[in-house]
Design a protein around this ligand. Structure first.
Ligand code: DX5
Ligand code: ZN
Length: 229
């Protein structure tokens, strides 16, 4: 494993939070130790579900900070097509990272540039049946690779094991690039499999139902950190 690998990040997905109390849920999960807030945007077109847009992101932004007042990054995962106009709106709404699915954009390189021109970090997301080939032409431009370990659209699904092999491949791409790129995995992550995902090469872990489905968020995040230690 690369000795220069950055520290682990845990990114709770508010897709599984109580939508009637979203601001409070963001605050509670940050108090419980969240490093990033993962924000799943679905359009009922690219995926068969519908969630929230830039106005909700903007409303949550003031809540995305630690008790000491430090900003906690908002990690926006766009499951929408087309990408560019809404990506710009999310940048204006306070997103710190914006990732999209290459197959959702007619012009992937342009979409990456549109995000970066807003001063926001850009990521590419790969579905379970999708290859990493597009990295050949984009890796020098991006800040994050997000490997889906479930099919996008819903929380609470089971981890797809072939994602581990893809994480290993993505780690090789990052090592070859020599760039500081985060390698995030999304879907079905729990305290009992997070270590395996880290061993495959991931450094950033999305978890929705595993955290918000339990009454004590801190207990789950602590279990994840123990597994990673
Ligand atoms: C699925 C979303 C995930 C989802 C993960 O489309 O991208 O972020 O919330 O949920 P869990 O952790 O419950 O699998
Ligand atoms: Zn996600």
């Amino acid at each position: 494993m690369n000795s220069t690998r950055p520290t682990f990040r845990i990114a709770p997905s508010i897709l599984s939070a109580d939508f009637a109390r979203l601001g409070e849920e963001v605050k509670n999960v940050i108090d419980a130790g969240a490093d990033w807030i993962h924000f799943d945007v679905m359009d009922n077109h690219y995926v068969p579900n519908l969630t929230f847009g830039p106005m909700i992101c903007q409303a949550l932004k003031p809540h995305a900070k630690t008790a000491a007042g430090l900003a906690v990054p908002i990690d926006v995962h766009l499951m929408i097509s087309p990408v560019d106009a809404l990506a710009a709106s999310f940048a204006d709404a306070g997103a710190d990272l914006i990732s999209f699915h290459p197959d959702a954009s007619a012009h992937v390189h342009r979409s990456v540039q549109a995000i970066k021109s807003k001063g926001v970090k850009a990521g590419l997301v790969f579905n379970p049946a999708e290859s990493l080939d597009v990295l050949e032409w984009t890796i020098d431009e991006i800040d994050l690779i997000l490997i889906m370990s479930v099919n996008p659209g819903f929380g609470g699904q089971s981890f797809i094991d072939s994602a581990l092999r893809k994480v290993e491949l993505a780690r090789k791409w990052i090592e070859r690039s020599g760039k500081d790129i985060r390698l995030e995995v999304d879907g079905g992550i729990k305290p009992d499999n997070i270590r395996q995902v880290a061993d495959a090469g991931a450094d950033t872990f999305v978890a929705g139902s595993a955290i918000f489905g339990k009454p004590d968020y801190k207990a789950v995040i602590d279990q994840m950190r123990v597994a990673l230690a």
